[in-house]
Design a protein around this ligand. Structure first.
Ligand SMILES: [Zn+2]
Length: 333
């Protein structure tokens, strides 16, 4: 793992050079020694990336309070809010990158108090998800949620169990609207957080039909949501409107906003840079080339999903065969 550590260190050095003179107030003080953490926080200049129990989040200070990008998995909102408040004080606004539960699951904790922004197509999908989650909790807490406390130190695990139990007690009283954003945009929008610029962009269908990527132009930081899986096979959610061609289009827009110093927080995997954007674009390009060649050679869908193109090498997760099949279908194979 020395490579990834060195890479992160190098990225941070680049990043600190980019934002070192920023006038914005950085989050204050060390973490209290006696407080167990549920999430792993990696400092990015004035802000943080947060890892664990769902997709990666970005936490950023502004003159109006902290901006939080994504909210972790179902039931994890209270755990997240506790740590975010300790790191950054009050949250001024939340942006959710898309409707999937591992990014939007914590919305009910925030939505009554602050604006929660999302691309408009995500709202209906979140309401459906809320209805399904309430049904899943009818017989008590779904057992799969136990996984969020499984690998944590005991103090943090205890806090997660209490938070999940509270969520289970509260969920049937929640209106389905509480699972969705309360402010929406269609293509581009900007948060109203004082002098700081926080941009939200939607580039059409990619990982889903409602992906947003978030850009802090002054800090030169981007949260790409699940438009980037760094080091993993991406999940192409065809049922939610995903296309690999649209996904590449979105990545091209992100790449156009990057320079050599841009810090890119992916939806999953380690913090990266413009090379991570290029790598995700190249993944789909390589799959398409492989599948085109396979179709030209007369291979069936089953044969195509059994291929092991070079671009699969070293990636985590199990979606490689699925993604070959999706590209096969897109190409009309
Ligand atoms: Zn996702």
């Amino acid at each position: 793992m020395a490579d990834s550590f060195d890479r992160r260190t190098a990225l941070r050095a680049i990043f600190m050079g980019a934002v070192g003179a920023a006038s914005r107030k950085a989050f204050g003080g060390p973490w209290p020694q006696d407080t167990a953490r549920v999430f792993r926080w990696e400092q990015l200049g004035d802000g943080y990336a947060g890892f664990g129990a769902g997709g990666n989040i970005l936490l950023w200070p502004t003159s109006f309070g902290a901006v939080l990008v994504d909210t972790k998995h179902n039931g994890m909102g209270a755990s997240l809010k506790r740590e975010v408040t300790a790191l950054a004080g009050e949250v001024a606004a939340v942006v959710v990158t898309h409707h999937h539960a591992d990014h939007a699951g914590g919305i009910p904790t925030f939505v009554d108090d602050v604006p929660v922004h999302a691309q408009r197509r995500g709202v209906g999908r979140r309401i459906v998800a809320g209805r399904e989650l309430k049904a899943a909790f009818t017989d008590g807490q779904p057992p799969e949620l136990d996984r969020w406390s499984a690998d944590l130190p005991s103090g943090a695990a205890d806090m997660v169990r209490v938070d999940l139990a509270n969520f289970a007690r509260r969920i049937q009283r929640l209106d389905v609207q509480s699972f969705a954003a309360n402010v929406t945009f269609t293509t581009d929008d900007e948060l109203d957080v004082g002098n700081d610029v926080v941009q939200m962009h939607h580039a059409g269908r990619g990982h889903t039909d409602n992906d947003a990527w978030v850009r802090l132009p002054e800090a030169n930081v981007i949260h790409a949501g699940d438009l980037i899986f760094n080091g993993f096979h991406p999940f192409v959610d065809v049922d939610a409107g995903a296309t690999t061609v649209g996904w590449q289009h979105a990545l091209s827009e992100i790449a156009a906003a990057c320079d050599s110093a841009t810090v890119v927080v992916p939806g999953h995997g380690a913090v990266t840079d413009q090379a991570g954007v290029q790598a995700q674009w190249g993944y789909f390009e390589a799959l398409r080339t492989a599948v085109e060649n396979a179709i030209a050679a007369g291979m069936s869908r089953a044969e195509v999903t059994a291929l092991t193109p070079d671009v699969h090498r070293g990636l985590g997760g199990t979606r490689g065969p699925d993604n070959l099949g999706i590209v096969f279908d897109e190409l009309g194979g």
